[in-house]
Write a protein that binds this ligand. Structure first.
Ligand code: DX5
Ligand code: ZN
Length: 218
């Protein structure tokens, strides 16, 4: 089954609450929260105050994607703000195992994110400890970028490795997901798909979200 996680980065921040409720009604499975610090990525988005504000509005799982340096400093505040999943970039975590244990100790499900060029071997030895792997299919920092197709074989490689090891880890894809790009990733073994501009740039969010989901299930 395919899950869609709309990224509120592409929403209208002047009416953020309504924007969250609208994608929930349209059939969203998770809400994706893009946190950027202007250091790890060349853009600043928002911090835990935004998660605090929207958490009471919906029961949907909150999927927090930390695109920040030194994520250990902020993990507890995102856990307290109601994160269900926290994903950290392998490129930002020299002590990845410790960071993952910290997330889990706070009752949150941990995941690791790989930039488009980062090989899956970097997470091979932590697979037993995580619930989620998030593949970036754009360079992190901005919504609305073009999908990088060369990531797809990597997704398949990890999916095969997970099956081989008999683990239950979900694979999520982030960046440039739309009706055209979702299919190849779903076939490669991914089950969760972030979509920002492909949903929030459309007037009819039900139609946009359902079309993407349907394309992923074909
Ligand atoms: C990119 C973010 C993505 C982004 C997705 O740094 O992690 O979640 O908002 O936006 P679209 O779907 O527009 O590529
Ligand atoms: Zn993201």
């Amino acid at each position: 089954m395919i899950k869609i996680a709309p990224s509120i980065l592409a929403a209208d921040f002047a009416k953020l609450g309504e924007e969250v409720l609208e994608v929930e009604k349209a059939g969203a499975d998770w809400i994706h929260i893009d946190v950027m610090d202007g250091h790890f990525v060349p853009n600043i988005s928002f911090g835990s105050v935004v998660l605090n504000a929207i958490r009471p509005l919906t029961k949907l799982p909150m999927d927090v994607h930390l695109m920040i340096e030194n994520p250990d400093r902020y993990i507890e505040e995102f856990a307290k703000a109601g994160a269900d999943f926290i994903t950290v970039h392998v490129e930002a975590c020299p002590h990845l195992h410790r960071t993952i244990q910290l997330i889990r100790s706070l009752g949150v499900k941990p995941g690791v994110v790989l930039n488009p060029h980062t090989p899956i071997e970097t997470i091979q030895h932590i697979l037993e400890d995580i619930d989620l792997v998030l593949f970036m299919t754009v360079n992190p920092g901005f919504g609305g970028q073009k999908f990088i197709h060369s990531v797809v074989p990597k997704v398949k490689q990890l999916s095969d490795m997970i099956k081989e090891k008999g683990l239950s880890i979900e694979i999520e894809i982030d960046g440039g997901i739309n009706e055209e790009t979702i299919g190849a990733c779903a076939q490669a073994g991914a089950t969760i798909f972030v979509a920002g501009s492909a949903i929030y740039s459309k007037k009819d969010r039900v139609e946009a979200l359902q079309a993407i989901k349907k394309a992923g299930e074909e």
